[in-house]
Design a protein. Structure first.
Ligand code: CP3
Length: 345
């Protein structure tokens, strides 16, 4: 069975000869090859230059031997295309000017034409597919509407989500209008990525876990259901739904949709899978900080994740969130080798 098919087959819960593995943020600052390019270009320059984005997309395939490539980009380029000004500052993370907190602000955001306004993303996809030459599939992605809304409303990463929740609870109609606009934009964006050549999709709901389950159900779930039902390519390419810190409401995450549910490490993998049901695949869920442990301890934890998956078809090995930037590169290389060796059927 070709390597190319391994990851896709696992997404469809078919029998595989070993567990496929890829890592969120597999291309990034922990990698020396990435740092060498980053020294000469800002992060956004790298995202917007299709030649560089495609090159960086392939770095982890070559260095780690992962079973899938994920497009090098960022969830916030979509928000920029909707009319907000985006900057990344060293050590501070993303900044969006003029956060949206009123009905007028929501009205001013435009739904981009992804083909045209995010042309550089589509070019990077085409180039990456060419450079991959079928070795492994290419995953495209988008932020989920709620995670994008949190950036649009806060203007930056947040711990408390104070403005997001304030808008949700005191201007529910404006919040809903924002979610609708973002959902429409995400649908168009991921459909364009499939047209450009991605072979799977991941929807990142990185901050869904800040919500009470009943608020997720009321303010987020209806939009998520529309998103998953309108990804035209459903059935054509598998869709992974990563819901971070949503262990207490995985039943609702499952209702939202996705062929594979991605989970963080705060819930044991077997319990998560039991809760979402075995009619979907599961992705995860090693604590990214486990990679700072000695190799024998990493191995013990990898075995634990694999034991919990119990060789049931539909497990894709990943971390529970992105690779931390200070992770020793050698440990990441060792992790991928370990998963391949320990999961061989
Ligand atoms: O996974 C991959 O390798 C693909 C590339 C990718 C990046 N960001 C590259 C990146 C993906 C899929 C993302 C998604 C993303 N971006 C999310 C959702 C996933 C998650 O982590 O929860 C979010 C919330 C963002 C927004 C974002 N982008 C933040 C908060 C930051 C700062 C993080 C930090 O540690 O400073 C970024 C920057 C970013 N995105 C980097 C990379 C490689 C670091 C940029 C640099 O070189 O300085």
């Amino acid at each position: 069975m070709s390597e190319r098919q391994l990851f896709i087959r696992a997404c469809w819960r078919e029998e595989v000869e070993r567990t496929p593995v890829w890592l969120m943020r597999q291309a990034g600052r922990y990698m020396r090859a990435y740092q060498r390019i980053r020294e000469r270009h800002s992060f956004l320059e790298m995202c917007k230059n299709p030649r560089i984005a495609a090159e960086v997309t392939l770095q982890p395939v070559e260095r780690l031997g992962v079973d899938a490539a994920i497009l090098f980009s960022d969830i916030l380029v979509l928000v920029e295309a909707m009319g907000m000004r985006l900057e990344f500052h060293e050590g501070l993370g993303p900044r969006l000017s003029e956060p949206v907190r009123t009905p007028e602000g929501v009205h001013r955001l435009r739904v981009p034409d992804a083909e045209r306004d995010l042309h550089y993303v589509m070019e990077a996809i085409k180039l990456a597919r060419k450079k991959l030459r079928g070795r492994v599939p290419l995953i495209g992605f988008s932020g989920a509407p709620f995670t994008l809304a949190s950036y649009v409303i806060e203007g930056r990463s947040s711990r408390s989500f104070r403005f997001t929740k304030e808008m949700m609870f005191s201007q529910p109609e404006a919040f809903c209008a924002l979610m609708e606009k973002l959902t429409t934009a995400v649908i168009d964006y991921v459909n364009a990525q499939v047209d450009a050549g991605v072979q799977a999709l991941q929807i990142f709901d990185s901050w869904a876990g800040c919500l009470a389950p009943q608020d997720y159900e009321q303010y987020v779930l209806p939009h998520m259901r529309r998103l998953f039902s309108e990804i035209e390519a459903r059935g054509e390419v598998p869709v992974i739904h990563f819901a971070n810190q949503a262990g207490t409401f995985l039943d609702k995450v499952r209702l939202a949709g996705g062929d594979v549910i991605g989970v963080d490490w705060r819930i044991p993998l077997d319990e998560a899978w039991r809760r979402v049901g075995y009619e979907v695949g599961i992705q995860g869920n090693l604590d990214p900080l486990a990679l700072f442990a000695p190799l024998h301890e990493i191995e013990r934890r990898v075995r634990d994740v694999l034991d919990r998956a119990a060789s049931r078809p539909g497990h894709i090995f990943n971390l529970g969130h992105g690779v931390h930037k200070d992770t020793p590169e050698e440990k990441v290389v060792a992790l991928v080798k370990m998963v391949k060796r320990l999961s061989a059927r």
